[in-house]
Structure formats: C-alpha cells, structure tokens
Design a protein around this ligand. Structure first.
Ligand code: SF4
Length: 330
C-alpha cells in the first residue's frame, strides 16, 4: 500500500505557495488523470497533493467576443453552455467526443489541457525505455507496437501523442490560458502552452513548477461562421482519436473568407494546420480545394511501423470535416 500527503487548498495564493515550495508537490482537481498516474500506474512519484477542487475557479462568462472559462469548470458544463453551442459548436462536439458522461462530470478544463500522454510504454513502469519518464533511456514506442502515436512534431526521441480532443478546437481558435504562479499572473497563448518533445520529451509545457491554470480565454467565432469536429477512432465511444480535425469556415458567394483548421490524433502537441488555412482562404469551397488543403496540412510526417496509415487517414479526415462544415457534398 502506497501513501501520499493530501491538503485541501482554501485559496489560490496558498495553493500556489504550497506547490511552488515543494518540488514533489502537485495539484489535484478532477483527479481523472492524476490519481491514475500516481496511485494506479505509479508513473509519477507520490508526494504532496494540493486539492484545488473547491477554489472559486469554476464558471463560464461572456466578455465581448471572448468566453472566459474557469479552469475548474467541468467538461460537461462547458459542453452544455449555450454560447458555446451557438458561437463555437466544435468545442462542444470535441468535449462530447472526448470522454464518457461520468468522466465529463469530474474532469476539469484545466486538467484536460494538461493531461499526460496515453502512450502505453509511458504508463507501464515495467518498460524501461521511455525518454519522457526517464530522460536518456530511449523510446520503446519507436520500435514497438505503435498505433496511438504521433506523426507530426515527433522524432526518434519520442512519438507520444497529445490525446486531448478539446485542445484541437482551442488551438484552432487561438485561445489563451491565464496562469497563477509564485511570480504572479501571466497569460500564455495556447500555441505556446504545449512544447514538442525535441530532445527533452519530459518537458511537456512551458508552465513553471507551481504555476496553475486559472482561466481559459476562448475567442468566439464571428456570426455566420460554421464549425465542426470530426474524430476517427477504433470504436465509437471511450476511445482516443486515431485522427481528428476541428474546422471553422466562413464562406461568401462560394469563396472561403475565413478558415481555421487544427488536428488531433497526429501531433505531439495540438496541431494547427496553418499551411492548409492559407490554401483555403480565398479559394472556392470545393472538394478540389479541400484536397489541396489536406495535402498542405500533412508535411514531413515522422512515421514508424504502425503509424504510416495515419498520413492518409488524417488527409481524409480533413477533407471530410471541411466538406461537412462547408455543406459541399459533390
Ligand atoms: Fe516514452 Fe514518448 Fe517513447 Fe512513449 S513515445 S515510450 S512516452 S519516449
């Protein structure tokens, strides 16, 4: 039987001070990932758990064209929000596709953004070769049974996938996160929050030890912009994406005037398809354009035996979501 220390925080400042002052301390919110990693899989060392679940960081408010989402808002609450349904429905679709109802009622938005990889080798301490868990030890997935792994932003050091569905539309929307730390508050662009593994797969975000996400700022799409989220997976529920795509399009007189496209299931971080967006804007909303965008989106993939299929699957996912969002069916 293992043991750990537990403290319930009463305010943000004391929570940050507790974690910042103890290298082995971490935050506990919904607990849907952290408790697994610490107690079931024993992947992260046990230490002080600072429970922030009752801090006043829960709720959703509209501030002009931005939705302010408290970090302790649950996935279910955000998925059911009427402004989300009207202005950024692909956020709701990604949340609903991302977890069962039970998990959505426990898991928080802040925790979702910081979830660890589902790489089977990372979560199996009997496997010794994992640069993310033990820097410099190698990567068992590169030569092992890889399927739920990344092909973009990957390297021989690590091909771990960023598995969040929610992060895909948030990346497309250029969301931001507010964080509280020992040095005060700062705002981080969503594009800068997650870092690719490079030669340090153990470093996953730009957050400093003790920094806590307090709020997520979600820009709303202009009125008339349509969006959609498509997730391709091995079974229809309770499964992570093989590939996914979040797309938003504005179309005037058959020409695309606004395009947002991000990908899931393929990147070591939530992946923005900027080259594809360049292809889309100013082009006619046709199947030919969508195919060209898909080709532009998947550049220089790093594949290993078991993940090659994702190159073509990701392109088909992109084409299909663009066709659906645009209403183009020919
Ligand atoms: Fe570890 Fe990354 Fe390799 Fe998985 S892919 S075994 S997390 S180094």
């Amino acid at each position: 039987m293992r043991g750990f220390e537990y403290v319930r925080a009463t305010d943000v400042g004391s929570a940050v001070a507790l974690v910042s002052g103890d290298p082995g301390a971490s935050y506990l919110a919904g607990g849907t990932t952290q408790l697994d990693l610490m107690l079931k899989d024993a992947v992260v060392p046990q230490g002080l758990l600072v429970d922030i679940g009752r801090l006043p960081l829960r709720g959703i408010a509209t501030d002009g064209d931005v939705l302010r989402v408290g970090a302790l808002t649950t996935m279910e609450e955000l998925a059911a929000d009427p402004v989300v349904a009207e202005r950024v429905p692909f956020v709701s679709e990604a949340l609903l596709a991302g977890a069962s109802t039970q998990l959505r009622n426990m898991a928080t938005i802040g925790g979702n953004l910081l979830q660890r990889t589902r790489c089977r080798y990372f979560r199996d301490i009997a496997v010794t070769d994992c640069n993310k868990r033990t820097p410099g030890s190698g990567c068992a997935a590169v030569t092992g049974a890889a399927r739920m792994h990344a092909i973009l932003g990957a390297s021989a050091h690590c091909i771990a996938l960023h598995a969040s569905d929610l992060c895909v539309p948030l990346r497309a929307l250029d969301a931001e996160v507010r964080v509280e730390g020992a040095a005060g508050q700062r705002t981080i662009a969503f594009a800068d929050l997650h870092v690719m593994p490079g030669e340090r797969p153990d470093v996953e975000t730009v957050l400093r030890h003790g920094e806590m996400i307090s709020e997520v700022l979600v820009p709303l799409l202009p009125a008339g912009t349509r969006s959609g989220y498509l997730k391709v997976r091995d079974r229809v529920s309770y499964e992570f994406a093989l590939t996914s795509a979040a797309a938003a399009l504005s179309i005037e007189d058959g020409v695309i005037t606004l395009a947002r496209l991000a990908l899931g299931g393929v990147g070591t971080v939530p992946w923005r398809a900027t080259e594809a967006e360049r292809v889309l804007v100013g082009a006619p909303a046709t199947a030919r354009t969508f195919l060209a965008a898909a080709e532009a989106a998947i550049q220089d993939p790093f594949t290993v035996p078991g993940t090659e299929f994702k190159v073509e699957l990701a392109k088909r996912t992109i084409v299909r979501v663009l066709r659906t969002v645009s209403g183009e069916q020919s």
